[in-house]
Design a protein around this ligand. Sequence first.
Ligand code: ATP
Length: 449
Amino acid sequence: MLWGTEESSSYGQADMTDADSDSSPSSSPSRDMALSPENPLFNKYEIGKLLGCGAFAKVYHGRDVSTGQSVAVKVIHKSRLKNKVNLMNNIVREISIMSRLSHRHVVKIFEVLATKRKIYIVMEYLKGGELFSRVSKGRFSEDLGREYFHQLISAVSFCHRRGVYHRDLKLENMLLDENGVLKVSDFGLSALKDQVRADGLLHTLCGTPAYVAPEILAKKGYDGAKVDVWMCGVILFVLTAGYLPFNDHNLMNMYRKIYKGEFRCPKWMSPDLRRFIARLLDTNPARRITIDEIKEDPWFKIGFSDTASEYLPAESQDDEKKSFESQDLNAFDIISFSHGLNLSAMFDETHSATEDVDRLTAEDSPEGVIRKVEAAASANDADLWVRRTKGYGVELEGQNSNFVASLEVFLLTDRLVVVEVKRISGDAEAFSDLWRDKIRPVLQVSGNH
Ligand code: ATP
């Protein structure tokens, strides 16, 4: 039995048997068992009832077995992800940033775990449900709408300043805690969502087209910040009007309305709010209001006190500062190299943890790593040829051609890279001796698996 209510247990159990049968990072007798208090996810989280399904993932209630703290666990099937190289560059970057940041109005990502088949995003659990269900009972007054909108803009502004864009803001991603405080979910997951949606069809059928910005429809490339502002405009409209600004039974008609910016404000909206919404829903991204300008808008300004940092509890500010300053980055929590439960399973299906593959993290730039490898190879006794390949990669060849290996460097944060080396052909022993004795030690190693 899973913990939770009778109803939720059976729902969760049936589902998790399928969804999470490989919760163990390696083959083990528990592989095909349902998760249960005796068999928690990664021995860390008991999984309870299914909270809901989105286009992107299933979300379960969970409990941290060591602290008893409630969490929400988002489970994504990797079979739905494309292009695993991009995962490394974009997803880990975004998630690593978000898991190091705390903001009162952003759902906190605690950690990300991965097995060969699934990715688990462990997040703060919000008890208060979706803002959507409140507004679906009736539109908000302008004052109440403004209050929530302040919280949304505070979160968006905070993340944008750190280079993280949402690109899928919608009312369903606005969750509430037990005190009714708004928290934006899925910040930091846009690169991951892109991968899930790479098949297009899924996105069209299951996504939320009513929030899409016109420049996305135009397919000419877009600016994540501008897209987020548009989506905030749609959210504000729904909060204060009680219905979507662009809607039609026919999807193509809806897209046409979005593209042309055809919407009408209801008569009860104040002139200031109408003007503000028109600036948010400006189809021209270059003209569209910016986050800084939003904060100066007469309708918005009422009762708003900025400084996103004000929303950070003091200890979180310290944490944030520390994580940027120190080399002991929380990226380890994300890639979990040190735990052996690593996201490397995400990137490589065929070579995981064999003698032919090694990964390490280094506090260096990609170029710095390549130069160190080149320097090590040109040392007299190295017996190694090095050739640069595209991106931050090199091919390594034993000088008497006894092996060929490839080495790639992935940027994880501004100061941390992952170096991955793989033997492609030739003598496994010659390769691993040379790597272990001559190359690995010269890279600034701070963790490995
Ligand atoms: P989409 O990509 O369509 O936005 P998704 O696949 O990311 O969706 P969500 O909509 O985020 O999935 O989540 C599915 C359900 O789980 C929703 O009903 C949501 O309310 C609930 N949920 C998500 N995150 C949490 C959380 N941190 N705490 C409590 N409930 C959550």
